[in-house]
Design a protein around this ligand. Structure first.
Ligand SMILES: C[S@@+](CC[C@H](N)C(=O)[O-])C[C@H]1O[C@@H](n2cnc3c(N)ncnc32)[C@H](O)[C@@H]1O
Ligand code: SF4
Length: 452
């Protein structure tokens, strides 16, 4: 296994989209084309499955030095209100495109730290969204909370607004690791927000952990997982630390590269975590995620209804996902578009009445086919050849898969490609054999984190 890890641990995408962001069309997407695909997707899907909303709330009070998210560090809470007003104006720009009231099936508040915002502002935001929308029959509203900055009032407010699911950033409980990543938070604090969520009635609580952080050891991970399991979250995200200092610049500092666990040590931490989750009744979902069998994510996996998008794995699929807020990415199935990454640029465009995208990609017919295969592999660990690929492309994919087949990680038949249990941790490598954009544009600089 150690040799396989060395062999396959190469830079590669996480496939929250296909094509992946670095291979979007360099020319971008014309705003009119973006609007056209949004309208088409809305028309096709609003009545049948509803739409999803991702709302990016970027502010955090202090910087965690491992963080790869789009965030803005400030303690000035005056930023909240104007930001919410801008997000609602952006929502208006989308609603003006729709011919009927949108039916929202999923809302996710991501960040940054959504619980940076006061209860009052969170209420303004969600009530503002529903001034121009209705709930779909199935409605799933979730948010990310920082345990040090989540109050009972915020939890109650979001519950009253319809949220039944939340996730808390835990990362690691070890004091030395916490100091290095500038993220000091106690087990007691996490226990408090977790138990408050239960008491209020949240149905699914998730904890985010990361392996591969500086100074982590087998013992520290065992302890972090012991604490986590003591609270029995419904879901656990066990992320591989993405060390991307060339993208995040000054953000990822406070420790040296030599403080990070080496490849095989890191993989051992993953294997250890996975075993401890299994021993405690959790089931592995796709990549990075574990859930109790009672959780909706596990039920979706059983029913082969798991979906993957920029939010990670979700239990329901919608064709249209509108991303609001700075840096958010929207997905109309036929195209992707990303909002301006700087709050001022984002605000300026919205105030001028322009949907604030700065780049995007219109999928070709070939992209749409590859997209289906990669989604199938990432969500169901198998895909069928009948999703039409031309014969030459299929032949080349099989050639690229050959070493992975020989290593016993994947099975290829006339009907399908199936990832074997032993190949689960290499699913990103398997997807890379389908990734025509990656193959055609071999990057000459480092743009992705390591696959393992
Ligand atoms: C936007 S953050 C979470 C919300 C909240 N701001 C918090 O920190 O509690 C979402 C999650 O992404 C994960 N994450 C952030 N940077 C990461 C990195 N470099 N590698 C792996 N996971 C990362 C963390 O587990 C984090 O909890
Ligand atoms: S991990 Fe969360 S709180 Fe820390 S900087 Fe990133 S988004 Fe902000």
């Amino acid at each position: 296994m150690k040799n396989l890890i060395q062999k396959y641990n190469i830079p590669g995408p996480r496939y929250t989209s296909y094509p992946t962001v670095p291979f979007w069309d360099k020319e971008g997407i014309a705003l009119e084309d973006w609007k056209k695909t949004v309208k088409k997707s809305f028309f096709e899907s609003n009545d049948i499955e509803g739409i999803s909303l991702y709302i990016h709330l970027p502010f955090c009070e202090s910087l965690c030095t491992f963080c790869a998210c789009h965030k803005k560090i400030t303690k000035r809470h005056e930023v909240e209100q104007p930001y919410i007003e801008t997000v609602l104006k952006e929502w208006d720009l989308y609603c003006d495109l729709f011919e009927e009231r949108p039916k929202i099936r999923e809302i996710h508040l991501g960040g940054g730290t959504p619980t940076f915002f006061s209860s009052e502002n969170l209420r303004k935001l969600i009530n503002g969204i529903f001034k121009r929308a209705d709930k779909f029959d199935i409605f799933d509203f979730s948010f990310e909370g920082h345990p040090n900055h989540t109050s009972e009032e915020q939890l109650q407010t979001l519950y009253d607004l319809g949220s039944r699911r939340n996730s808390f950033g835990i990362q690691d409980y070890d004091p030395k690791v916490q100091k290095a990543i500038h993220r000091v938070q106690s087990f007691e604090q996490v226990k408090k927000v977790h138990e408050l969520s239960k008491k209020i009635g949240y149905e699914s609580i998730s904890h985010d952990l990361i392996f591969g952080l500086p100074f982590q050891t087998e013992e520290s991970i065992r302890n972090t997982i012991k604490n986590t399991i003591a609270l029995k979250p419904d879901r656990i995200a066990y992320y591989s630390y993405a060390h991307v200092p060339w993208i995040k610049g000054v953000g990822q500092r406070g420790f040296e590269d030599s403080d990070l666990p080496k490849d095989s040590e890191k993989r051992h931490l993953y294997e250890l975590g996975k075993q401890l989750f299994f021993d405690n009744g959790y089931v592995e979902i796709g990549m990075d995620h574990f859930a109790l069998p009672s959780d909706s994510l596990h039920k979706a996996m059983e029913a082969k209804k798991l979906h993957r998008n920029f939010m990670g794995y979700t239990a329901g699929k919608t064709e249209l996902m509108v991303g609001l807020g700075m840096s958010s990415i929207s997905d109309s199935w036929y195209a992707f578009a990303q909002n301006e990454k700087d709050v001022d640029d984002y605000t300026e465009k919205v105030n001028a009445g322009i949907i604030p995208i700065f780049r995007g990609h219109l999928l070709t017919d070939k992209d749409l086919i590859i997209r289906k295969h990669i989604l199938n592999l990432m969500c169901n660990l198998e895909t069928e050849w009948k999703i039409g690929l031309d014969a030459q492309i299929k032949k080349e994919i099989i050639e690229r898969l050959k070493p992975i087949i020989d290593d016993g990680l994947v099975e290829v038949s006339d009907e399908r490609v199936k990832v074997k249990e032993e190949g689960r941790m290499f699913v990103r490598n398997i997807c890379m054999t389908f990734d025509l954009r990656l193959i055609e544009n071999k990057p000459d600089t480092r743009i992705f984190s390591m696959t393992i």
